[in-house]
Design a protein around this ligand. Sequence first.
Ligand SMILES: Nc1ncnc2c1ncn2[C@@H]1O[C@H](COP(=O)(O)OP(=O)(O)OP(=O)(O)O)[C@@H](O)[C@H]1O
Ligand code: SF4
Length: 266
Amino acid sequence: MEQNTENLSQVRHVVLVLSGKGGVGKSTITTELALALRQEGKKVGILDVDLCGPSIPRMLSVGRPDVHQCDAGWVPVYTDAEKSLALMSIGFLMEDPDEAVVWRGPKKTALIGQFVTDVSWGELDVLLVDTPPGTSDEHLAVLENLKKHRVDGAVLVTTPQAVSTGDVRREITFCKKTGIRILGIVENMSGFVCPHCSECSNVFSKGGGEELAKLTGSVFLGSVPLDPQLSSSTEEGKDFMQSFPESATFSAISSICATLLKSLGN
Ligand SMILES: Nc1ncnc2c1ncn2[C@@H]1O[C@H](COP(=O)(O)OP(=O)(O)OP(=O)(O)O)[C@@H](O)[C@H]1O
Ligand code: SF4
């Protein structure tokens, strides 16, 4: 298949968001990082290639819009009038959300290869790519495919429990083997923020992400607590970063965003 790398030529940084397994909050972190980067005045894009469950359109309240094509490829959907946050989701192209489950490996890989380069992003500071979770052969093929293009590196999302299961270690090994730079590790669902008094309690273990970062020589980007206000915002498609600027979770995400920008050399 012919690849059109022109579409990424005005994208300053391409960052993959990875997790060893599903449900650790990869899509949530991708969405909040995009919103935090926008608050920093950056032009941001999200490419949602999580075939297992493309959830970013719901989190950004864009539903299932009709997507259009121009000469250069698919036109992303803009979430704001200023066009500072652009989104293209594999979900926009699926008639039936359960369709991807029956696609065979080669079809998924070919589709993603094309999808990565067929979106006409225009000028962007950062493009975040929400990838499918896991380290199955198919998943690895998808990442290999993405890596052929301009990728600055990967942000690894884990939970305190997942660190001990080894899923994230396998993801780290994969990045090292394939030469994908690890920009940093985020520990999500780290402690619980009480909705009444905003106190953060460590329900599960804490600090595993930081320890793992040290062990693997990676940057620890920070931890995000389990926050009911964050989950209801993403469920309802509300901008958490705009709605809760006083919260500990807002500070945590802003700090991760600042460290990530530093990792990218900004
Ligand atoms: N820090 C958090 N606080 C509260 N809820 C969270 C947090 N992070 C994620 N969640 C919730 O956990 C659920 C799973 O999150 P999300 O969809 O982002 O995971 P994921 O890793 O992308 O999963 P998958 O790859 O399987 O789609 C969602 O309901 C989300 O609202
Ligand atoms: S953290 Fe404070 S407000 Fe929240 S449940 Fe515990 S005691 Fe109550």
